[in-house]
Design a protein around this ligand. Structure first.
Ligand SMILES: [Ca+2]
Ligand SMILES: [Ca+2]
Ligand SMILES: [Ca+2]
Ligand SMILES: [Ca+2]
Length: 303
């Protein structure tokens, strides 16, 4: 198309202003599409918004986004009842979905809190944490585990949704490096990447609310694109309103990107969601100027 429009200098001169306008429009269109891709990543729209699940760094047996559907951590029970399947985001509505029943737990193992990182430095799903002393794993599970208390200085989460699953309520706690978190039952030596499990103490309560709870009757695979496993097609969901983010709460803003982490008491499965940062308007303008400039340069070389 470019070449056809450049048959002679006279023609080119008369077309030049229109051509530049087209180039700028094309550049802006490319930037617009690029921005959409940046915002959505590989996400796909569902009943609960975009699936924002990413790979948790361990295991490669799963399907779907992050290989997280029909996947639990290596060496752990592999079944739908233990499967955390995805984080979804619709505006400021964060939904977690699993074959695991958050409301009742499973075999005495309760659901965990949702940890949030907003400045990109969380040590999520590590295989080792320098300086951290892991509790020996009790291989025959004959004693009551001690559930180590872990300093947030190792994990660097910024907030936690401290969830009362039975009551349908949660507190938003702003964490600091001295906040204390609790590891999983098998967590210390056996299933390191799943940690931490729940909030223990420290930090500051900055808000809270009710969450929308769904049972499996409301949450089918067709709502989410998630799969049943070995004939078990139950899916459970819970939706948390993070509007405190939209309200511009100090230090937390989804536009800067965020990471979400959840596991259950035994750490059988580890789930991570991520929102990519949205470029600032100034950055987009720079990108646009640069791209238009590059196209202009290329065109001059051809002429
Ligand atoms: Ca599944
Ligand atoms: Ca999973
Ligand atoms: Ca952090
Ligand atoms: Ca997992």
């Amino acid at each position: 198309m470019l070449e056809n429009n450049l048959k002679g200098k006279v023609v080119m001169k008369t077309l030049k202003p229109i051509f530049n306008q087209k180039l700028i429009s094309a550049a802006l269109a490319i930037i617009f599409v690029g921005t959409l891709i940046l915002v959505s990543g590989n996400a796909s729209a569902t009943t609960y918004g975009d699936n924002i699940t990413v790979y948790d760094g361990v295991g490669t047996n799963g399907t779907g986004l992050g290989q997280e559907d029909n996947e639990a951590e290596p060496g752990m029970v592999q079944s739908q009842a233990w499967d955390l399947e995805g984080f979804f985001l619709n505006g400021t509505q964060l939904t977690i979905v699993g074959g695991y029943n958050f409301y009742t737990g499973k075999d005495g193992m309760d659901a965990g809190d949702i940890f949030i990182d907003t400045n990109g430095d969380a040590v999520a799903s590590p295989n080792t944490i320098p300086g951290f002393i892991y509790e020996p794993y009790d291989s025959n599970d004959s004693i009551t585990e001690t559930y180590q208390i872990v300093s947030n200085s190792y994990f660097k989460y910024d907030y936690v949704l401290d969830i009362d699953w039975a009551a349908g309520t949660f507190a938003i706690i702003q964490l600091d490096p001295n906040s204390l978190l609790k590891d999983t039952e098998y967590g210390s030596a056996y299933n390191i990447p799943s940690n931490p499990w729940i909030y223990e103490s420290g930090g500051q309560v900055v808000g809270g609310g009710d969450f929308e709870d769904y049972n499996n009757a409301n949450t089918s695979g067709s709502d989410t694109g998630l799969l049943g496993w070995n004939g078990d097609d139950n899916h459970y969901a819970a939706t948390f309103n993070l509007s405190f983010i939209a309200a511009g709460f100090t230090g937390i803003d989804l536009r800067n990107g965020a990471l979400f982490h959840n596991t259950m008491e035994c750490g059988n499965d580890n789930l991570i969601g991520r929102v990519a940062p949205v470029p600032e308007p100034a950055t987009m303008l720079l990108l646009g100027t640069g791209l238009a400039g590059m196209i202009g340069l290329r065109r001059r070389k051809k002429a």
